[in-house]
Ligand binder design. Structure first.
Ligand SMILES: CC(=O)SCCNC(=O)CCNC(=O)[C@H](O)C(C)(C)COP(=O)(O)OP(=O)(O)OC[C@H]1O[C@@H](n2cnc3c(N)ncnc32)[C@H](O)[C@@H]1OP(=O)(O)O
Ligand SMILES: CC(=O)C(=O)O
Length: 531
């Protein structure tokens, strides 16, 4: 059976830019465009030329190599001709291949927001499409509020879609602008729209206000549309748009879609989807969603011992697709929910092979469970777990012993009379029988301890040169007088680009932090030894 082509339209740089807290620079738009081309989408909507200087500059050049570079705008204003509408002309004059214009499709909006007649709005749609084609560009119409409009006045919503299509729009895109429509309604309405516009010319644009943006897009495809609009990681106005990073693997890997449709993303590009999703989060300066479908750090993570035991026998027992096909990896976590299979899985990942009958494994499992009961969470601290395991197996040298540490926090006036808070730490470590004392100041007690601890580790100093602490999280585990503090530290080695997590637990926050710091440095030394 020949497969039908489904087209992917990315609006990260337009609807994504309408996300609260997001503000793309032109350079960021260029980098994101490169990511989108790597992914293999068909259309990249780069923004709204004329709406702001950044978007105007971005559209001063053609920015795509394969994808159709698409400019966004709104249909011509009523009371002007298309050639006399400066906003419309600026969109048409941009270095785009295609122009996508938002048009009202709900008569209530025509009356309230535009303040014109239904016929005048239809004329605007018609004239805008004609002007776009006359400018030598592909025309798309985003029918805003299409589904709400259809429910209120189906004939008028259909008139809008028909007008755009008959004027020559390549795509008439049905938008669930307020995001309140459910999949069965989408299916039903898209079916009706095909009485006036063929599915091969219909697109879907959904928002996630009920958590159904992806499901709604799939329902629309099922009903007949052949273009899907969405964004990287589901960015977009309010709760976001349909997430292309979820949709693409589903379209490629789930038989209901992959047996009927072809998309422009190859198997190789699919393997890049996790890395692209995380690279995009880096640009946004936010942590990736750990539970994101397909690409999240825990998307293929197994915590329960019963699951881990089966996964080690055959991963398919608890995986709906293989992690490698989307560039992700399997993780078998070690925690108080673990059995020996979890341990063996995690040990194998760090290069330690142990037989299931090895008594060391029973000892290690008992130790993990005991420490988890005290507050440790090894599933979040890969490096501390590896150290614990290797210590039990006698594989971690005593690089240094901490003889003592002291930290002091002082609030005082400085020489020019400003009130300042100073943190100072003193750490004594023994290396090969020799005691070394280091003193350091930091912007807080933990920072001061960290600076002092790695100020002078003698012969080990070069191995920790690239080490930096990049995140520090504190959690109080049980309230009241019995409170215990759990500290999680993320470290990074700028030389090897390795990242790792360590953990410390104590009733005292400084003590918990110090444990995590010592583990972090010990892990860096161990990895340098093993390299
Ligand atoms: C559903 C969506 O996501 S649509 C995309 C929405 N995105 C944005 O609005 C981001 C970019 N927008 C902007 O920078 C500005 O709104 C601009 C430059 C486009 C327009 O700015 P202004 O001219 O100051 O108008 P303002 O934003 O106050 O109001 C929008 C105007 O467009 C009109 N309008 C809205 N939609 C349409 C449409 N589809 N066709 C024609 N006119 C429209 C409104 O009636 C209103 O007109 P009015 O000023 O005569 O009342
Ligand atoms: C056009 C658009 O972004 C919407 O209707 O949601």
């Amino acid at each position: 059976m020949t497969k039908e082509r489904l087209y992917l339209f990315d609006t990260t740089l337009r609807d994504g830019a309408q996300t609260s807290g997001i503000d793309f620079s032109v350079n960021e738009k260029i980098v994101i465009t490169e990511l989108l081309e790597r992914l293999g989408v068909d259309y990249i909507e780069g923004g709204y030329p004329g709406a702001n200087p950044g978007d105007t500059e971005f559209f001063g050049e053609k920015r795509t190599k394969q994808a159709l570079f698409t400019a966004f705008g709104m249909t011509k204003r009523v009371g002007r001709s298309a050639s006399n509408d400066p906003g419309l002309q600026q969109v048409l004059a941009s270095r785009s291949d295609a122009c996508c214009f938002v048009a009202k499709a709900w008569d209530y909006h025509v009356e309230i927001a535009l303040g014109c007649t239904n016929e005048e709005n239809l004329d605007s749609i018609h004239d805008t499409v004609s002007a776009t084609i006359a400018a030598g560009k592909e025309a798309l119409i985003d029918c805003e509020h299409f589904f709400d409009g259809f429910k209120a006045n189906p004939d008028y919503a259909l008139d809008c879609a028909r007008t755009a299509y008959q004027a020559g729009a390549r795509w008439v895109v049905l938008c669930d602008t307020n995001g309140g429509t459910l999949p069965d309604e989408i299916y039903h309405i898209v079916t009706r729209v095909q009485e006036v516009v063929p599915g091969a010319h219909l697109g879907i644009h959904t928002h996630d206000d009920t958590g159904h943006a992806v499901a709604n897009s799939l329902a629309a495809v099922d009903a007949g549309v052949r273009q899907i609009q969405g964004t990287l990681n589901g960015l977009g106005e309010r709760c976001g748009n349909a997430n292309l990073i979820t949709l693409i693997p589903t379209l490629k890997l789930k038989n209901a879609f992959s047996s009927r449709f072809e998309i422009g993303v190859s198997e190789e590009q699919l393997k890049d989807v996790t890395s692209i999703s995380h690279a995009f989060d880096e640009i946004l300066n936010r942590s990736p969603d750990r539970q994101a479908p397909y690409v999240g750090e825990t998307a293929f993570a197994t915590k329960a011992g019963i699951h881990a035991s089966a996964i080690l026998k055959d991963p398919k027992t608890y995986e709906h697709v293989a992690p490698e096909v989307v560039g992700n990896q399997r993780r078998v976590l070690v925690s108080d929910q673990a059995g020996k299979s979890n341990l063996m899985g995690e040990l194998a990942r760090v290069g330690i092979e142990v037989d299931k009958s090895d008594p060391n494994l029973d000892r290690l499992l008992a130790l993990v469970k005991e420490r988890e009961a005290e507050g440790y969470a090894y599933e979040a601290a890969d490096a501390s777990f590896e150290l614990l395991a290797r210590r039990e197996l006698g594989e971690v040298p005593r690089y240094f012993d901490v003889n003592s540490f002291k930290v002091m926090v002082e609030r005082r006036f400085n020489a020019i009379g400003d009130l300042i808070t100073v943190s100072e730490a003193v750490v004594k470590v023994d290396i090969d029988g020799e005691t070394r004392m280091s003193v350091a100041e930091g912007n807080g007690p933990v920072n001061a301890l960290d600076m002092a601890l790695r100020k002078d580790l003698g012969k080990y100093q070069t191995a920790i040169e690239g080490l930096e602490l990049i995140d520090y999280k504190v959690r109080i585990l049980n309230g009241g007088t019995g409170a215990v503090t759990r500290v999680l530290i993320e470290s990074h080695d700028t030389k090897t680009q390795r990242r790792w997590f360590t953990i410390g637990v104590s009733p005292n926050i400084v003590d918990a932090s110090f444990q995590a710091l010592v583990d972090s440095i010990t892990f860096a030394l161990l990895k340098a030894d093993l390299a």
